[in-house]
Design a protein around this ligand. Structure first.
Ligand SMILES: Nc1ncnc2c1ncn2[C@@H]1O[C@H](COP(=O)(O)OP(=O)(O)OP(=O)(O)O)[C@@H](O)[C@H]1O
Ligand SMILES: [Mg+2]
Length: 228
C-alpha cells in the first residue's frame, strides 16, 4: 500500500554496512511538486535513504514504490531508464563531466535519451539562462567557479523534466550567498515543473526552502509534520 497521491514511498527500509545499520526501519513519502528536506546528523543515514529511494542502493529489507510500482521488482534496465528519464540528481560536487563544456554537460541527459545534438543544446542553453550561467556555456567545468558549477549541475538535473529531483547537499560546497541563490533557482524551477524534490541538507537555512522536513536519526526517519 502507498499513501494516496504519493509519488515515491518507502516503508521499513533497512540497510547495514557490516555490523552497524545505516537505515533501521526508515519510512518516507513525497508527493508530486513537494519539496522535502531530509535533515539529521552526519552518519545518520540521509544519503543511504536517498540512494535507496533512487534505486542506486538496494535495501536489505523494506520497500520503495515509485508511481505505484515496486522498485525492487523492476528489471535493472527499467531502473536505469528511470534514473535517466524520470529522476534528476544534484550532488555536493564533482558530478560534471570534465571533458565536456557546460552546455554539453547539460545536454547530456537529453543526448542519452536520443535527442539530437542541436535540439539538446538549445534546450540546455535555455536552462543555463534560467540558472543565470549562460555566459559559461562554452567553458569546461574546471574553468568555472563552485557556484557556477552547481548551477550547471542543477540545469543538467532539470533539463529532461524529471518527476523527482534528488539533491544531496547541493549547496554544501558554496558560500551562503551563492547557496541561497542556487536553492531559490532550484526550488522555483522544481515548483514550476511539478518535480518532487528530495533535498538532503545539514543546514536549516537550506531546509527553509522546503515544504516539509524529515529528520533522520539512527537510521530512522521522523516526519516533522506541519513544521512549516
Ligand atoms: N558504502 C558504504 N560502506 C560502508 N559504510 C557506509 C557506506 N555508506 C554509508 N555507510 C555508513 O552508513 C551510515 C550512514 O551513512 P550515510 O552516508 O547515509 O550518512 P549521512 O547521514 O548521509 O551522513 P553525512 O551527513 O555525513 O553525509 C554511516 O555510519 C556510514 O559510515
Ligand atoms: Mg550524506
Amino acid at each position: 500500500m502507498t499513501p494516496a497521491g504519493s509519488l515515491l514511498t518507502a516503508e521499513g527500509l533497512r540497510k547495514a554496512y557490516g555490523p552497524t545499520p545505516a537505515l533501521d526501519g526508515a519510512d518516507f513519502s513525497i508527493h508530486p511538486g513537494e519539496v522535502v528536506a531530509v535533515m539529521g546528523p552526519s552518519g545518520s543515514g540521509k544519503s543511504t535513504l536517498l540512494h535507496c529511494l533512487a534505486g542506486i542502493v538496494t535495501p536489505d529489507a523494506g520497500t520503495v514504490h515509485y508511481d505505484g510500482q515496486l522498485l525492487s521488482a523492476m528489471s535493472d534496465s527499467r531502473r536505469s531508464a528511470l534514473r535517466r528519464g524520470e529522476f534528476g540528481f544534484v550532488f555536493q560536487f564533482g558530478q560534471l563531466v570534465p571533458e565536456l563544456s557546460c552546455v554539453e554537460n547539460v545536454a547530456l541527459p537529453l543526448r542519452l535519451t536520443g535527442v539530437g545534438r542541436k535540439e539538446a543544446e538549445s534546450r540546455a542553453l535555455s536552462w543555463l539562462e534560467r540558472l543565470e550561467v549562460a555566459d559559461v556555456r562554452a567553458k569546461r567545468p574546471g574553468e568555472v567557479s563552485g557556484g557556477q558549477g552547481q548551477r550547471v549541475a542543477v540545469a543538467r538535473a532539470l533539463v529532461s523534466g524529471p518527476r523527482v529531483l534528488f539533491a544531496d547537499e547541493p549547496t554544501g560546497a558554496l558560500d551562503s550567498l551563492n547557496g541561497e541563490r542556487v536553492m531559490e533557482l532550484l526550488t522555483e524551477a522544481a515548483r514550476e515543473t511539478r518535480a518532487a524534490v528530495v533535498l538532503v541538507t545539514h543546514e536549516a537555512r537550506v531546509a527553509a526552502y522546503s515544504d516539509r522536513e524529515v529528520v533522520v536519526r539512527d537510521g530512522k526517519a521522523r516526519d516533522m509534520a506541519g513544521a512549516r
